[in-house]
Design a protein around this ligand. Structure first.
Ligand code: PEP
Length: 240
């Protein structure tokens, strides 16, 4: 099965000059036939990257248009040629205060517009310290709420990214989950969604193969490493 590699640039790079440099280096990265690669840059860089990469956005609002100052609608993204949208990223839940209720509306809106949703879920460190059973219950709770507005048959169309919060590279003391731990959680998620599940959390060129060679794991969502062309190349190679 084709593995996914979704690069989340987050709020980087800071200037157009840096973006152009990054695009030039990434252009040289060869992508095998059995891997799907997408880049999720900040909104303002999407038009610039349009002819170069399969694109994803890092968020989208739940409504199609109207009096929602500062928001971007899923149909605007679709019309721009964007294929994927990341929703419910832990950084948006933590820093912007996004709730499961809002995320559920965003998922519905994105699906109606024809975007492929990548829904991020994952437990905080305190939960993982309580053990795997408690963590699975936490993630199951997120999924039930986030997917609550979809018909059961549409749930499998959502790509879930299992991203334990404690494993995100910018968190203090972050370290990646083990491939075994990630696979165990992913099996539990798949029982609920019956769709694809990828892993994110400090994936880099050195550890990507360990995750991607597991049949349970359908791909990777690297953040920091997707801004480093050599690291990103190695992750794509591992996915191939
Ligand atoms: C992310 O942004 O979704 C992510 C997993 O980041 P990082 O790879 O840097 O941990």
């Amino acid at each position: 099965m084709q593995k996914l590699t979704i690069g989340n640039w987050k709020m980087n790079p800071g200037s157009l000059v840096e973006v152009k440099k990054l695009v030039q280096s990434l252009d040289k990265v060869k992508v095998g036939k059995n891997v799907s690669v997408a880049i999720c840059p900040p909104f303002v860089y999407l038009p610039l990257l349009k002819t170069k990469f399969t694109l994803g956005a890092q968020d989208a609002f739940g409504e199609e248009k109207g009096a929602y100052t500062g928001e971007i609608s899923p149909s605007m993204l679709k019309n721009l040629g964007v294929e994927y949208v990341i929703l419910g990223h832990s950084e948006r839940r933590i820093h912007i205060g996004e709730t499961d209720e809002l995320i559920a509306k965003k998922i519905k809106g994105a699906m109606v517009a024809g975007l492929k949703v990548i829904l991020c879920v994952g437990e905080p460190l305190a939960m993982r310290k309580k053990g795997m059973a408690a963590s699975k219950k936490y993630v199951e709770g997120q999924l039930k709420k986030d997917l609550s507005l979809l018909k059961p048959k549409d749930r499998s169309k959502v790509i879930v990214a299992y991203e334990p919060i404690w494993a995100i590279s910018t968190m203090p003391g972050a370290k990646p989950d083990s491939p075994e731990g990630a696979a165990e959680m992913i099996v539990s998620i798949k029982k609920i969604t019956k769709g694809k599940v990828i892993y994110g959390g400090s994936v880099n060129g050195a550890n990507a193969r360990g995750f991607l060679e597991r049949k349970e794991i359908d791909g990777a969502l690297p953040g920091g490493a997707s801004l480093k062309p050599e690291e990103f190349r190695k992750i794509i190679e591992a996915a191939s």
